[in-house]
Design a protein around this ligand. Structure first.
Ligand SMILES: Nc1ncnc2c1ncn2[C@@H]1O[C@H](COP(=O)(O)OP(=O)(O)OP(=O)(O)O)[C@@H](O)[C@H]1O
Length: 539
């Protein structure tokens, strides 16, 4: 609950109050019906015309309250879903890289899209409705007690029967809702995986095979929802049956009371109308209560994510904190690390990286070169040994401090679906000169003329409108413009032709003030001697 309406208590209170007022006003219609029939039976024409004016005023008031209540509810839903999505996104971005990569990105996507939608439909809307129904129920109960205590007792008896049903089904429904949410996350992950693998699917003509897999996942997900819906259907039909039965009994008893002259015809009509609105709120609460309790596991999961103290991100990292220097260098001492416990990828690495020198990391595939550079950039705090920049341990530094020291150009470049300029600057401001320098040195300047909109050309989803080499040059420009003292090139020119790769690498090696670490499988012979040190990790 706190997760949903933390900041919106005011609007929640207003929605609840307006909902209650509108429900009480709606219950009052039974008294109006009673008066109309009794005045008509008595043949009181004067009283009849007065009633018409009263009814007109009542209808206008009912309409205005109903509108205000509906509007408030919509504002509440907009605010809550918006804040919830913000908080989930912030929670995900606040994870350390190690934690972030433990889950599939589609799981996060599913939380932001599917779980928030489930919370809106199965928790917030039912919650508002239930509050309104409680008010309607209490108002109806009060009028019923006033008109006929006997009918009230009969209705309460049916009410207790109606409460038994959701109490019996609630736990089972909760389990099925949870299973459905998990299935939905898996389905989203699979669908994302298939769509991202479009090129592979097409290239290897495995469309039929993938379609089968998709259908299987889709069927299982739809069945998961159906299993939960089946219980909802049982719940709803039992409740409907009890509600109808209660009205039949009430009409029967009330008609008998009219026969005996204990109540008027107007009261009979009011009682029939009230017995409908007496069971309706209970019915609605019964249908919605299991939905709300079924959301508990999802709310708990999101609460945990949102409650976690962000470990990185803008809230954690003040803008004006002390910058970390890189004058003495980077020292790695007995660094040990494994992604899984008991399975070390790095087993005691000692290394000294001096400022402004150029290093090449070589070694067999899978020997841990990338893992070592990931630790240098704050991927995990679980490493043993020490990694120190000018004597300052990496695990004591935050993301902003680290990214002011070090940039990485990865083998798999990620470009946002915006233009080249924004992919290079990433919302930071740089001078014309800084931009020009980065464009020239990365080689981006060389292909901008071929594009219709130059630097403002949109790159498409993950840069698919650019060639692999162009994407990599944009990534090089993105790293160079920041002028961090250290640059890691992790197979960062593997998508460009040998001549261009060589040119980019040579350019970087010529940057006198730059400390360069290149991870490569194919050391260009002509560049080998330009490196100050070749570190071979296979040894
Ligand atoms: N996120 C991860 N979770 C679990 N294991 C991982 C993860 N990333 C890498 N590994 C494993 O760690 C080992 C070292 O991987 P790493 O990427 O550091 O090697 P590398 O030397 O850079 O290889 P390459 O030259 O092929 O890029 C590999 O066995 C790999 O399977």
């Amino acid at each position: 609950m706190k997760l949903c309406v933390g900041k919106d208590k005011g609007i929640l209170t207003l929605s609840v109050v307006l909902g209650a007022v509108s429900a009480v006003a709606a219950a009052f219609v039974s008294i109006i019906l009673q008066r109309i029939v009794d005045v008509a039976v008595k043949g009181d024409v004067d009283g009849f015309s007065k009633l018409i004016i009263g009814i007109a005023v009542y209808m206008v008031a009912l309409c205005l309250i109903g509108f205000a209540e509906a509007l408030c509810g919509k504002v509440l839903l907009r605010n809550v879903t918006r804040n919830l999505r913000d908080r989930i996104f912030q929670g995900v971005m606040g994870k350390t890289p190690e934690e972030y990569y433990r889950s599939n990105s589609a799981d996060y996507l599913s939380m932001i899209v599917n779980d928030v939608k489930l919370i809106e439909e199965n928790f917030l809307v039912p919650l508002l409705l239930s509050v309104q129904m409680v008010a309607l129920f209490l108002a109806t109960l009060a009028i019923l007690c006033y008109l006929s205590p006997l009918i009230t007792v009969i209705l309460i008896f049916f009410l207790l029967l109606m409460f038994l049903v959701p109490a019996l089904l609630g736990k089972a429904l909760q389990k099925r809702q949870e299973a459905y949410s998990e299935k939905l996350a898996v389905f989203t992950a699979k669908a994302k995986d298939f769509l991202s693998g479009y090129e592979v699917i097409r290239g290897f003509s495995i469309g039929g095979h993938i379609l089968k897999k998709f259908r299987r996942e889709n069927r299982q997900t739809a069945n998961g929802k159906f299993r939960a819906d089946r219980l909802v259907a049982i719940n709803e039909s039992l409740a409907d049956m009890l509600s109808t039965l209660s009205i039949v009994v009430v009409v029967f008893v009330a008609a008998y009371m009219v026969l005996k002259g204990r109540i008027t015809a107007g009261t009979l009509l009011a009682l029939i109308q009230l017995s409908g609105t007496f069971s309706t709120p209970v019915l609605v609460i019964m249908q919605n209560f299991p939905k709300m309790t079924g959301m508990k596991p999802i709310l708990k999961k999101l609460e945990q994510l949102c409650a976690e103290e962000p470990k990185t991100g803008p809230d954690k990292e003040p803008e004006n904190e002390e910058a970390i220097s890189f004058d003495r260098g980077l020292e790695l001492e007995s660094v040990k690390y494994g992604y899984e416990e008991g399975n070390d990828v790095l087993r005691g690495v000692d290394l000294q990286i001096e400022p402004k020198k150029k290093y090449a990391f070589l070694g067999d595939s899978g020997c841990g070169k990338t893992t070592l550079t990931k630790l240098m950039t704050g991927y995990s705090n679980r490493y043993e040994g020490s990694i120190r920049y000018d004597g300052r341990e990496v695990r004591e530094m935050n993301g902003r401090q680290l990214s002011s020291l070090i940039s990485v150009i990865h083998q798999n470049v990620y470009l946002f679906d915006t233009d080249i300029y924004q992919n290079i600057c990433l919302d930071e401001s740089f001078s014309e000169e800084e931009l020009r320098r980065a464009l020239d040195r990365s080689g981006v300047a060389g292909f901008l003329d071929q594009l219709d909109d130059g630097i403002h050309t949109r790159v498409g989803e993950n840069g698919n409108r650019l060639s692999g080499g162009q994407r990599q040059r944009v990534a090089v420009a993105r790293a160079l413009i920041r002028r961090t003292p250290i640059l890691i090139l992790d197979e960062g020119t593997s998508a460009v032709d040998q001549k261009t790769a060589c040119a980019i690498e040579r350019q970087l090696l010529e940057e006198k003030d730059l400390t360069l670490i290149t991870i490569t499988h194919h050391m260009q012979e002509e560049l080998r001697e330009r490196y100050d040190r070749i570190v071979d990790f296979s040894a």
